[in-house]
Design a protein. Sequence first.
Length: 439
Amino acid sequence: MSTLQQKNPASVCFVTLGCKVNQTESEALGQLFRNNGYHVVSSTEKADVVVVNTCTVTNTGGAKSRQTIRRMVKAHPDAFMVVMGCYAQTAPGEILGIAGVDLVLGTQDRGKILELIDQVKKEQQPKSSVRTIWDAKTFEELPLIEEESRTRATLKIQEGCNQFCTYCIIPYARGPVRSRIPENAVTEAEKLVAAGYKEIVLTGIHTGSYGEDLGEDWDLARLVKALAQIKGLHRLRLSSIEPMEFTPELIDAIINYPAVCPHLHIPLQCGSDAILTRMKRPYTVKEFKELIQRLTSLQPGIAITTDVIVGFPGETEQNFQETLETVRSCGFSGIHVFPYSKREGTPAAKYPEQIPNKIKEERVKALLEVARESQEDYVRRFIGQRVEVLIERVSPEGVAAGHTGNYIQVHLPPREGKPWEGGELVECVLEKNHVRVNG
């Protein structure tokens, strides 16, 4: 443990593994440290406090988290070392056993991090403050992020998951569903728009379950409608929503409110009913396809991206061919393909008929080829059309990169006269050589 005297101003660095929710939480904690006089520095700079925000979606996620912790301890031998996040929540004892770790936080009590650091420094004894996740009853409010880029902001509205798919550890790491108080979500969104953000991305661990724990007449559809009407908000983008959570009211909000981006991420996970049942996914392939058809008929051109797991225990060649056929029929604009990864602590880890890695690799390769063709077919429909691009970054050479509302990644050549700027909304005709596929 560092015995260095607190310098003024002190510095903190964050190393974040895993999902966008983790990234959002790290940025919010960075703001908390800034609010208390710290400088946030990169992980390669000297820091008084190092925070590693871990992931545990797969066994390899846990191993990567351990490697990262050890690497950061070695790189910052005098720093106060905090480990937080999903892996910390599910294995606090393992982490506390790593030499050089001072404080273990899980996925609760992040807002108390500075008090806990002070407590450990006084006691001069490494500490785990991880509480059982099933005690979590309310959404934890973290500071508004004030010093990030003014292009796209992430607004976390929900925590936890009650679904318990057989392959997934997340309910054990994040606990039960807790929804953010709607007034707080709307107030933060208004502040983000006032700060200059053009796009807000709604996110959570199980976003579509928003409101089910509030005991009021609130759900995701009502919140989306409230946010979409904020004056000055150009784009409201929804992150992953489960197929069975598309109520008529939510579909109405997506289709009829111009600020809502015509881009949805709907996890399929598998295109075979037999495997969906083993995964404990509460829908059939037919129901999934009917949802896609309903959305695309109501809003032609809407982009729908998805996740697919291949090589789930018991997946036969016929099951996999069913998945390929399902994916081909849906016209996805993008597909994230994952080989099944056994995660200890989940039911599927104990299932018989685990698929050999070689077969999983072959199936991933075959599905990636279908995914590439599907994405190219989708993008081709928009070549020559006028689109709006939100510029997210500009290279030193002046090349701008950004996304359309339907999430096509676009690269624009340097502009004569006035260079491109991040946060600009630009109308242009989409040209084939300016589109980045699988970018």
